[in-house]
Design a protein around this ligand. Sequence first.
Ligand code: ADP
Ligand code: MG
Length: 236
Amino acid sequence: MATRTTGTLSTATTRPVVTAREVRRSFGGTVVLDDVDLAIDPGEVVALLGGSGSGKSTLLRILAGLDPDASGEISRMGSQAVVFQEHRLLPWKRVADNVSLGVTGGGVRERVAAALAEVGLADRGRSWPAELSGGQAQRVAVARALVREPALLLLDEPFGALDALTRLKMQTLFGRLRAEHNFAALLVTHDVDEALLLADRTLVLDGGRIVENAPVPLTRPRAADDPGFGPVRRHL
Ligand code: ADP
Ligand code: MG
């Protein structure tokens, strides 16, 4: 049975940007998601934690509408963009053309330039993906998501493949972009520190269900509150 999709594009700010009800997914006879419910409010960043193979990517793909074989109900308000662990840039397209792919409306060229500038790659629009470092390519993937001005960003271990210092830079960038754009996000990560740094709330997936749903204490310094905090970050 396919997921039923409800909801419409709207500028309302009070309803969740995504609501999932009774989401289930099996592969063969193996139940991976067994009755998952969640909702993410506008502007809220939610980290999704869980062990390897716990179904995090499966759930993210369902929320993104990329899994026609899942069951349950997904209700979306506003647009979404996805960032995967691997950048998924098209190697035969220049950076700017990767960012603009499928983007419609006026001023696309300017919007692409602005998005690339925001991720610190203003001068790389004419580069080929193969000319970029892993961190730069992932910045392009973030720009490609940003240019769509999503109400909800779905991020599947977006910094997981990067070295530690590049990951720190990307986390700092995420905090800055969030403060600027106020998007909501579901951030899949297996890095608890990253979850506590970047998210307002953490979910833990285990045995096909969400077993923890806890706000991150406000006393903790958060990247979105102070993008420059921390002795290392000040130099990034
Ligand atoms: P996580 O992202 O938490 O590491 P996944 O969502 O990728 O976990 O996978 C959860 C489980 O579902 C794993 O056991 C994985 O092998 C299985 N799985 C995921 N996608 C498929 C698929 N397309 N076909 C078969 N099994 C799959
Ligand atoms: Mg995964």
